[in-house]
Design a protein around this ligand. Structure first.
Ligand code: FES
Length: 307
């Protein structure tokens, strides 16, 4: 009989055919974390194989992709992707006290689904240009008044286009389109971005008249797969999005400073909206945290349906 021996729990479990190490461990009550639900989309089920490496299944294609991304040595495996045909000893690697507490919240002794879901979504970042200068010159309450006036109207525009404001960060706003049944979320995001620019132009008249300061915003939009799920501590967890798409939208918003534009979108946004949106010549940009150059398109406006 072959056994799976898990440390530091010091638990010995009979190996079963066609059953992953994760399933064996969780069935036996070992709190082995598995945040993505066993789909090779995280690395929380990672284990170090102490002995018995030769008796394990080969890496799956998905595990290979994750191992390459995180530079795993040969003896670090994803338990959810690995089966054993001989005895094996391993260490759980995600296992400090906090991890243990989270793992037990996720499901004591039973296999649970992913904590979020993968959705294809459009993500929009908006930030106020020259905010530091304005906030240094004006009383803080007036700055709050200006921001709230802008955010209020932008939120209405986002909701009207079936999006939702995911978060406010100081003078910035993150909105997501595509987490509902709405199908045309890429174009909805671009339209909401144009709405935000129009609202900012109105705000400029207001702010310059009353405060003698300019008001303008920058917008970045990206589309693709994000993880949409409950995140945060027990007291403040809320649904939000995480993923490279979010980072890209944020970097594009900031890149407007370099390109002298007000709204930049990714190539994938342009591909999905090109028949309804007019774009200017593209830029090839170095973005922080990105390998190679990212192609970005400045939005000119909506195509006139009558033209
Ligand atoms: S549970 Fe996420 S990769 Fe194994």
């Amino acid at each position: 009989m072959s056994d799976l021996f898990v440390s530091p729990d010091e638990v010995s479990i009979p190996v079963r055919a066609a059953t992953t190490l994760l399933e064996l461990a969780v069935d036996a009550g070992v709190p082995l974390a598995h945040l993505c639900g066993g789909r090779a989309r995280c690395s929380t089920c990672r284990v170090r194989v102490v002995s018995g490496l030769d008796g394990l299944s080969q890496r799956t294609e998905l595990e290979t992709a994750m191992a390459d991304k995180l530079d795993f040595p040969d003896d670090v495996r994803l338990a959810c992707q690995t089966t054993a045909s001989a005895s094996v000893r391993l260490w759980r690697l995600v296992l400090d006290g906090i991890d243990l507490e989270m793992a037990s919240q996720l499901g004591e002794g039973h296999y649970v689904g992913p904590v979020g879901r993968d959705v294809d979504a459009a993500v929009m970042f908006i930030d106020v240009a020259g905010f530091t200068t304005m906030s240094e010159a004006l009383p803080a309450y007036d700055v709050v008044h200006i921001l709230n006036r802008f955010f209020n109207r932008v939120e209405e525009a986002v909701v009207a286009r079936a999006g939702r404001v995911d978060n406010y960060m100081g003078d910035g706003l993150l909105a997501v389109f595509g987490t509902t049944d709405e199908e045309e979320y890429a174009i909805a995001a671009v339209e909401a971005g144009l709405d935000a620019l129009a609202i900012a132009a109105d705000m400029h008249d207001y702010v310059s008249r009353i405060y003698g300061h300019a008001f303008a915003v920058r917008v970045g939009i990206s589309v693709g797969e994000v993880i949409y799920g409950l995140m945060g501590g027990e007291q403040s967890a809320r649904e939000t999005v995480v993923g490279d798409v979010v980072n890209t939208a944020s970097r594009l918003e900031a890149a407007n400073k370099r390109t002298g534009t007000t709204m930049l979108v990714t190539e994938s946004v342009r591909a999905r909206t090109g028949d309804r949106v007019e774009y200017g010549p593209h830029f090839e940009l170095d973005l922080a945290g990105k390998d190679g150059q990212v192609v970005a398109y400045p939005v000119v406006g909506l195509v006139d349906p009558g033209s």
